[in-house]
Design a binder for this molecule. Structure first.
Ligand SMILES: *[C@@H]1O[C@H](CO)[C@@H](O)[C@H](O)[C@H]1NC(C)=O
Ligand SMILES: *[C@@H]1O[C@H](CO)[C@@H](O)[C@H](O)[C@H]1NC(C)=O
Ligand SMILES: *[C@@H]1O[C@H](CO)[C@@H](O)[C@H](O)[C@H]1NC(C)=O
Ligand SMILES: *[C@@H]1O[C@H](CO)[C@@H](O)[C@H](O)[C@H]1NC(C)=O
Length: 204
């Protein structure tokens, strides 16, 4: 074997412990690629959804949410995504990606029942794409031999409805949800890219 090639495989072997590379073999890059396309699509849809859904001019996506500090407690925080370097972080990373996406989907479902927000196709499409991504993440977890995802249950977002006591609060909650979903989705995209790099063998 060519010296550089040998060195390359040694480095890859060192970076990825044997069990990780075995797990990654079970996760075909086609399915991971599908996850990457969907999260990229979701990232494109978030600003469009915001524009169609949030009519209050003072709530612009990308701006600071500091002035809404007092309303932030309405929205449960997104889970932390670990850097994916070993088998346990791959497993908990996928679990936390699913949990976080499910949380935002539940929030969007609750918010879309509010009469003070317009019914828009953009919200429906965003919800459908998050659901599809959740199914792909489940598939990846099964392929890697991880525990199948638990039933996606309702969590702290149940309290949200009690807080939607005015039109402004409802608009602000929808704004904060999309803002947090955007930040979380950027992290999900980053982690999926990491997994894709690992599975395609071009780790560096
Ligand atoms: C939301 O409701 C919970 C109780 O359901 C309450 O403790 C909290 O202060 C409320 N938050 C806001 C921002 O109104
Ligand atoms: C998963 O998210 C939870 C909730 O934010 C966090 O406590 C936990 O540390 C996260 N797991 C990892 C491995 O980062
Ligand atoms: C992931 O790694 C980067 C770079 O090493 C670091 O800045 C970041 O804090 C890490 N994130 C987590 C959740 O550990
Ligand atoms: C997976 O399931 C087994 C058996 O129920 C359990 O012992 C293990 O802790 C689970 N792993 C994770 C990461 O939840």
């Amino acid at each position: 074997m060519h010296f550089q090639a040998a060195l390359f495989f040694t480095l890859v072997g060192t970076l990825l412990s044997a069990p990780v590379s075995q797990k990654l073999k079970g996760m075909d890059s086609k399915t991971i690629g599908e996850a990457q396309s969907l999260i990229s699509k979701i990232l494109q849809e978030i600003p469009e959804t915001h524009a169609a859904w949030i009519t209050s001019k003072s709530l612009t996506l990308g701006g600071s949410t500091d002035s809404l500090q007092f309303l932030k407690s309405m929205i449960p925080s997104a889970p932390i995504l670990p850097n994916i370097t070993e088998i346990s972080s791959l497993e908990t990373g996928l679990v936390n990606m699913s949990t976080g996406l499910q949380l935002h989907l539940n929030l969007l479902n609750k918010l879309s029942e509010a009469t003070s927000l317009p019914k828009t196709e953009q919200v429906t499409e965003l919800q459908a794409d998050i659901e599809e991504l959740l199914e792909i993440l489940d598939k990846l977890q099964i392929k890697a031999g991880f525990n199948a995802s638990k039933e996606h249950s309702h969590g702290p977002e149940q309290d949200l409805v009690k807080n939607l006591t005015s039109e402004y609060k409802t608009q602000a909650a929808a704004h904060l949800t999309l803002h947090q979903l955007q930040e979380f989705s950027r992290e999900v995209l980053q982690r999926i890219r990491d997994i894709l790099l690992m599975t395609s063998g071009t780790v560096n």
